[in-house]
Ligand binder design. Structure first.
Ligand SMILES: *Cc1c(COP(=O)(O)O)cnc(C)c1O
Length: 373
């Protein structure tokens, strides 16, 4: 039998929230005794078309080189990104997923007692990073489920070190207005880092472009984060990046492990960046899929939050029960209890066939439940 540990764990680990990921297909298959091939996952905002085919081809070739360490500085990927974004490589840092870049922020800027400002219904990683470094989370009430940026500005105190804003936001899919974003950037005190998390920016046709602000170098406290996990379909490889002022980037570089992004991830990301066909196909499918769900939600009178990303939140009554019923039908969505939205589930947009199947499962799940209450 195990004895209780007397190790003196850091006290702030005691209330550190644990990230609850979307359930993996294989896990659900084992639990339900269903073949994995019969289960679809629409729970983690992944690309329903899979990885970019160009990325796959490049990675297959690179497999033979995996006895070698990757280029820790990711020369080719950084240069390609810099050219594409119109910034310099000194503005870029790569992470093992953009989640790692969010963690660099904590390492570089947070000490116990420092304040971090977030919105209600923010991405779960922001509270985790805050508590990981003993910081104090300041949560600003949402406005229509979205970020109230003026209120977030007012929540900044002399103890604030970081403000996290995801735009579009996960899990709500809401988009902050351009003028509000600009006003926030202009008014955040110079000693507070504003992180604009742009994990879903590629799904927008005409996104608010913050790159010009990085190019001028006049906003040393602005960091943008992006990822290859969503539109590029490389979530399994764990690669994302931050775009910011060279001073902040060099601080993060000191924290970064030498080989934090692996060879296949770098290779796949480089090829995926040029796969405009895959990106455009995904974006078009996403717009059609959002419309599909919105139309069906309206027809049944289900409340939903119009989404600017590749997922949609819908109010189903007992979210956990609906999630479980859909899962028994082989469709994995994401219950939102952990986000203080227990009446909602979040659905990631799938292929047209997956969307149909998801809708049928949802309609069945709520038919006997929420709608009759
Ligand atoms: C998915 C997501 C990320 C990306 O995470 P990776 O670590 O790059 O896979 C970052 N921010 C938000 C808001 C997300 O939803």
């Amino acid at each position: 039998m195990n004895s209780a540990s007397t190790l003196q764990f850091n006290p702030h680990l005691a209330n550190l929230p644990v990230y609850q990921p979307g359930r993996p297909i294989e896990e659900v298959a084992r639990e339900l005794g269903l073949p994995a091939a019969d289960i679809i996952k629409m729970a983690s905002n992944e690309n329903p078309f899979g990885p970019s085919p160009l990325a796959l081809a490049a990675m297959e070739k690179a497999l033979r080189q995996t006895h070698l360490y990757p280029d820790g500085n990711a020369f080719y990927l950084k240069n390609r990104l810099a050219a594409k974004l119109g910034v310099t490589t000194a503005n870029l840092i790569l992470g093992n997923g953009s989640n790692e870049v969010l963690e660099f922020v904590g390492h570089a800027l947070l000490n116990p007692g420092d304040e971090v400002v977030v919105s209600q219904y923010c991405f779960a990683v922001y509270p985790i990073v805050t508590h990981l470094f003993g910081g104090t989370l300041v949560t600003v009430p949402a406005k229509n489920y979205g970020h109230d940026l003026p209120a977030m500005r007012r929540a900044i105190t002399p103890r604030t070190r970081v403000v996290f804003v995801a735009n579009p936001n996960n899990p709500t899919g809401t988009l902050a207005a351009r003028d509000e974003v600009m006003a926030l950037i202009e008014s955040v005190p110079a000693d507070v880092l504003l992180v604009m998390d742009e994990a879903y920016i590629e799904f927008r046709e005409a996104p608010t472009d913050l790159l010009p602000l990085v190019r001028t170098g006049r906003h040393p406290n602005l960091l943008l984060t992006r990822t290859f996990s969503k539109i590029y379909g490389l979530a399994g490889f764990r690669i994302g990046y931050g775009i910011g002022h060279p001073d902040a980037i060099s601080a993060f570089e000191k924290i970064r492990q030498p080989f934090n992004t692996n060879l296949l991830a770098q290779t796949g990301a480089l090829a995926a960046l040029d796969d405009t066909e895959h990106v455009e196909r995904t974006r078009a499918n996403n717009a059609a899929g959002l419309k599909f769900f919105e139309d069906h939600f309206r027809r049944l009178g289900l409340e939903f939050i119009p989404s600017a990303a590749n997922f949609i939140l819908v109010k189903v009554g007992r979210g956990q029960a609906v999630f479980e019923a859909m899962q028994r039908a082989g469709v994995i969505v994401r219950p939102m209890g952990g986000y203080q939205l227990p009446e909602w589930v979040r659905i990631s947009i799938g292929t047209p066939a997956e969307n149909q199947r998801c809708w049928a499962a949802l309609e069945r799940a709520i038919g006997g439940d929420a709608l009759k209450r």
